[in-house]
Design a protein around this ligand. Structure first.
Ligand code: NDP
Ligand code: GDR
Length: 326
């Protein structure tokens, strides 16, 4: 039987690279959509570059998306590409809307035009809950986004629902809570902290400037979360699912645990409320209830918060030692 073909937008990102690893293991032929850049940024997919097909396409350009789907005829499309950093969305709200909101329309239209039987996954976010209207948050919790990024994701979510209902597409929206790992971008808080703690431990930095340490998140492990994305597209019917651990931690706890991994007391190194790391509007706390995913998909997280931080600190220590020949 011919191998199943899958197209992933955002394959150079954290989730895209983990999803590509996972789908290769499942026997898929993986097509990765990358936007043109003057320098290549394939670090996260370097280890699988000869096993996947990389093609140029941009979420800002619909024809490029249509062409890729026409050429490769995937059975599944995962739309993971986005301007995904919340602070940047305040500085570049229009760009964020173009990519993170309208980009979803372009991708869904490409699916609808080329082959409406394609199964489609949209990377929705717990940031849509923003100023939370109930605790914990489920698929039925009303949205109240607190950033241009969150607003853009609400648009993408409802468009996915709308195309499912209007055109009968097999379109799923995964409402994923924060998930992390050593491949996480360095500006996101978990990696900023684990990398900062590792640098201080190795004598490469003296302190770590942070924003609001009281914010709380429901943090999970990225490889567990990409598995959930795939599970959603293997069901008999399309639906939306919250993916979360059901446990909440503060940024302060994150700092404490990460610094303890290198036998340091975070209070001696972390500078809080650094003005440039504070946001115009904050999401104070997020806590997900993934009961539906547990019941219908049989999905469970496998790595605890503490284990994940340990994995990230160790990976940062190893990478820094290599870079600085220590
Ligand atoms: P990353 O920021 O690591 O990756 C984003 C990807 O999108 C990169 O590959 C980037 O390419 C690509 N991209 C950005 N703009 C464009 C464009 N115009 N055209 C094509 N590709 C583009 O994000 P994550 O892997 O962490 O997240 C994946 C998705 O899941 C995102 O949509 C994010 O918003 C969403 N999400 C993430 C969560 C998390 O905790 N990680 C939680 C909930 C949702 P390049 O490498 O060229 O910059
Ligand atoms: P978030 O992730 O905004 O939840 O979006 P991020 O890791 O950036 O922030 C989490 C919380 O930590 C607080 N914080 C800091 N954050 C950063 N980046 N840097 C700091 O110095 C700092 N100090 C405190 C923040 O204020 C915030 O409350 C992520 C992204 O991956 C989105 O794309 C995704 O949709 C959501 O998670 C779910």
């Amino acid at each position: 039987m011919a191998r199943k073909v899958v197209a992933i937008s955002g394959i150079t990102g954290m989730d895209g690279s983990h999803l590509a690893d996972f789908l290769l293991e499942q026997g898929y032929e993986v097509v990765g959509l990358v936007r043109r850049t003057s320098t290549i940024n394939f670090e996260r997919i370097a280890h699988i570059q000869d096993k996947i097909k990389i093609v140029q396409a941009d979420l800002l350009d619909e024809v490029s998306l249509i062409d890729v789907l026409r050429e490769f005829r995937p059975q599944e499309v995962y739309n993971l590409a986005a301007q995904s950093f919340v602070p940047t969305s305040f500085k570049q709200p229009v760009l964020t809307g173009e990519v993170t909101a309208l980009g979803v329309t372009r991708m869904l239209d490409a699916v609808r035009i080329v082959d409406p039987t394609i199964r489609f996954y949209q990377a929705s976010s717990s940031e849509m809950f923003g100023k939370v209207q109930e605790v914990p948050q489920t698929e039925r919790t009303p949205f109240y986004p607190r950033s241009p990024y969150g607003v853009a994701k609400v648009y993408g979510h409802w468009l996915t629902v709308n195309y499912r209902e209007s055109y009968n597409l097999f379109a799923c929206s995964g409402i994923l809570f924060n998930h992390e790992g050593p491949r996480r971008g360095l500006e996101f808080v978990t990696h900023k902290v684990t990398h900062g703690a590792a640098k201080i431990a190795l004598g490469l930095a003296k302190d770590l400037k942070m924003g609001n340490l009281e914010a709380k998140r429901d943090w999970g492990y990225a490889p567990d979360y990409v598995r959930a994305q795939w599970m959603m597209l293997q069901q008999d019917a399309p639906d939306d699912y919250v993916i979360a651990t059901g446990k909440e931690h503060s940024v302060r706890e994150l700092c404490k645990i990460a610094f303890e991994c290198v036998d340091l007391d975070y209070t001696r190194y972390v500078i809080e409320n650094n003005p440039s790391d504070l946001r115009p509007a904050e999401v104070d706390h997020l806590l997900g209830d993934a009961s539906k995913a547990r019941k219908k998909l049989g999905w469970e997280p496998t790595v605890t918060f503490e284990q994940m931080i340990q994995i990230m600190v160790e990976a940062d220590l190893a990478a820094l030692k290599k870079t600085y020949n220590l």
